[in-house]
Design a protein around this ligand. Sequence first.
Ligand SMILES: Nc1nc2c(ncn2[C@@H]2O[C@H](COP(=O)(O)OP(=O)(O)OP(=O)(O)O)[C@@H](O)[C@H]2O)c(=O)[nH]1
Ligand SMILES: [Mg+2]
Length: 521
Amino acid sequence: MAPRCSCSSFTLAPFLYPPLLAPRSIQVSRAALRPATQSRSSSTGKTVNDLPESRLNPAPDDYAAPRFADKAELTLYAGRGGNGCVSFLREAFMPDGPPNGGDGGTGGNIYIQAAHGETSLHKLSRRSFVRAGRGRHGQGSAKGGTRGEDVVITVPVGTIVRELERYDPAAEEDMNMKGDMSAEAFPKLPTRRRPLQQPEGPILLDLSRPTEQPILLATGGIGGLGNPHFTSRAHPRPMFATKGEEAVTMKIELELKLLADVGLVGLPNAGKSTLLRALTNSRTRVGAWAFTTLLPNIGTVVLDKYSGRPDVATKGGNARTRFSVADIPGLIEGAHLDHGLGVAFLRHVERAGVLAFVIDLSAGDAVKALDALWREVGLYAQMREDEERDREAASRIDWSLTDSPSGPRYDFHMDEVASASTSKPAARHIAGKPWFVVATKADLPETQENFRKLKSYLESITRGEAPHPSGVEKAWTKKCAAIPVSAINGQGVDRVVHWTVGLLDEGSGKTLSSPVTIMSR
Ligand SMILES: Nc1nc2c(ncn2[C@@H]2O[C@H](COP(=O)(O)OP(=O)(O)OP(=O)(O)O)[C@@H](O)[C@H]2O)c(=O)[nH]1
Ligand SMILES: [Mg+2]
């Protein structure tokens, strides 16, 4: 068929296919832009050492800024139920048929699930509320309303969920009848229950492992009843239905504690971020100055290269296909006294399965550096233990006033407080973790001797001849190893992966049996 107007297609052509009709000079100038943007990074951001620029030795401005948040507060609105419908059958020769209004649909529920792959709460921290879908209203011809859509909030493994506030309308609220019908006789209405029971509050969950099934937080409202439910001798044609139930509204707080399977701990400028780049696809910032990293970065080491078959043999039935690594800002001596960036970031490796101490072989005595790091980690753990003990002691204090001749006094159970302090050896939980040393910058000259000393020191710890560097009794000293690495050249990195998987497998037997701990309220 001939086009209705041939000239119109010609007029529209430049708008529909601009690249085809654009003059040649424009195309060339656009192509020329591409190398210009690429060359910008290499012209402005020279590498700080004289080595050639690469992914592992990037320019200081070649990085992806981490998006990280470890706290979020959300208001959850479960979906309210759809309203029942008032409707009557109408057919040919039957203008006044029986009532056939459908029931309203149930509102959507809100669940929470901890999943691997999520590393931060930044997406949730930007949202202030989460709303599930409302149930649809019932319709004529006895069509029930469809269910509202459920919402699953996905959070990183290690998130703690605390309920702050809740508004829960009664599960079987009074019917919102249209008009005053209290005196009227109605048939017995069906008991309407929520398909899922609203969990009792306040909710307090520690999602320390991935949850296979989403966990229910807020239940949607029940749908209203359609008019056929109200048919009776007194009301053969009821002109009323019920409204859908209001749903649960809840305010929750999310706090992320555990980020990764492996935590990198090291002095500033040791090469932690370069190691993370070498192990993973992370584009964390690298620079030859202290405190290049200001926020924790997470990378995932993929073991099976998405082939479905792991490259690294793992113990047990479930083959490990990946593990995550956390790079935190460097620690300096006195970090527990808030020197440098402090030890606050250690809480993100506190619950990691394995600690990897990254030590720069070219920056002086490696043994001293390892001791200094362990000292800071040990002191941090001690601080945490003290905090926990104080909290425990505070919860044990009986604040009730007791009558005594000398007047009222507060009854402190000091013996219980003392027993609490001695029941857990300080710093046990962090010093009891499997650990190893990644000795970086092994490509630099005159680092062999330093590495040899470090290795023999670690061997003596393993044999039990030297104490654990943290000074904690019964700390983990099974196979203290040092792996020489040149992260900038990607050398020795495979050995780090194999060693880590071995240690993770060893520790996996000790993990909690349940993915969710419902903490004490
Ligand atoms: N020669 C050599 N240089 C390295 C190696 N690893 C890292 N570097 C260099 O060491 C410097 C510091 O590296 P980063 O990875 O930023 O160190 P960092 O520990 O993350 O430092 P902070 O984030 O400040 O704590 C950079 O200039 C790197 O290029 C290595 O294996 N060999
Ligand atoms: Mg860094």
